[in-house]
Design a protein around this ligand. Sequence first.
Ligand code: CDP
Length: 212
Amino acid sequence: MIIAVDGPAASGKGTLAKRLAAHYGLFHLDTGRTYRAVAAAMCDAGHSLDDSAAAVETARTLDFSGLDAPRLASSAAGEGASRIAVMPALRAALVERQRAFARAASADGHGAVLDGRDIGTVVFPDATVKLFITASPAERARRRALELFGEEAGPNFEAILTDLRRRDERDEGRAASPLRPASDAYILDTTQMSADAAFFEATRLVDKALRN
Ligand code: CDP
């Protein structure tokens, strides 16, 4: 069983994917973290973020056990990830690694929940169920401010909103695997929903897909 969870930045897809994985006994991979980790490793090594060959090599040797590193949560890591994510060769290398992760999870008798931008469209077009999680830019900026700074509104809100809009534009506008819902994805607008409500609605959709 593969559950694909896609959506724009700070839409709540990561929180939801983690809860779905725990609920259904599946492994979880936040594919955004794979892009963030490659960008961070490239900066550490002094590579330019436009260096496609270095990006591919970094992706091939990336250690997935380091994906939980707190520094990967920063806005700078997110910005770096979105910049390198436009490179088709890097995407191909990371998609291969992401599929291998899910294959190993399935071979283990479990399936996986993967969250990102292109899971339902490119990584697993045959996923058991596809969810596309979205929310208004202002609500997403509010959630990101809370996550990063513990504040609902304040000095960081406008900068976060600008950053999210720039990333949305880049993610939706790029030629390689642009952010968009798969034609058979369930679209969940969580602007007015609590995390619990989004989780219950998502399990209802997954249970329905499993019955079919
Ligand atoms: O957590 P947040 O939604 O801010 O970002 P993320 O999911 O960690 O992804 C960071 C960046 O990686 C995104 O802005 C995308 O450009 C890129 N990404 C992607 O292109 N494809 C994916 N499957 C996951 C992330």
